[in-house]
Design a protein. Structure first.
Length: 125
């Protein structure tokens, strides 16, 4: 998973924050993205775990914190991501006493990829 996180960090394009609690950005998932390896041979589809990690990286970058998922409260996948697709992420966050709650949507063009709600906490060194 470390090579996937590294590749996500390299591909993230964070837009200017809309507000202190709203972030948007995009990732281009080209054919050499490591998440496609073996999932599935001959018909590559980006695993849902990679989309969740993309959200974590977007919010980590936007908040300037090293965050990790504490809980996937809700996720719904509508459409697969194929190699060469750019995925736009829009997330709103709420600062909780011990975590960050993040709710957002991912789109490729006008096609909804997924919606999710995550609880994120600071990474332990």
């Amino acid at each position: 998973m470390n090579n996937i996180v590294k590749a996500l960090k390299q591909r993230l394009r964070l837009n200017e924050p809309l507000t202190s609690d709203a972030f948007s950005g995009s990732f281009l998932f080209d054919s050499d993205f490591p998440g496609f390896q073996g999932h599935f041979p001959g018909n590559p589809i980006l695993p849902g775990a990679c989309l969740i990690e993309a959200a974590v990286q977007l919010i980590s970058c936007g908040t300037k914190q090293n965050l990790v998922p504490a809980e996937v409260e809700r996720v719904k996948f509508f459409s697969p991501v194929k190699p060469g697709e750019e995925v736009k992420l829009d997330f709103n966050i709420e600062y909780l006493p011990d975590a960050i709650s993040a709710k957002g949507t991912m789109m490729s063009g006008d096609r909804k990829i997924c919606t999710m709600k995550l609880k994120l906490t600071g990474a332990k060194p």
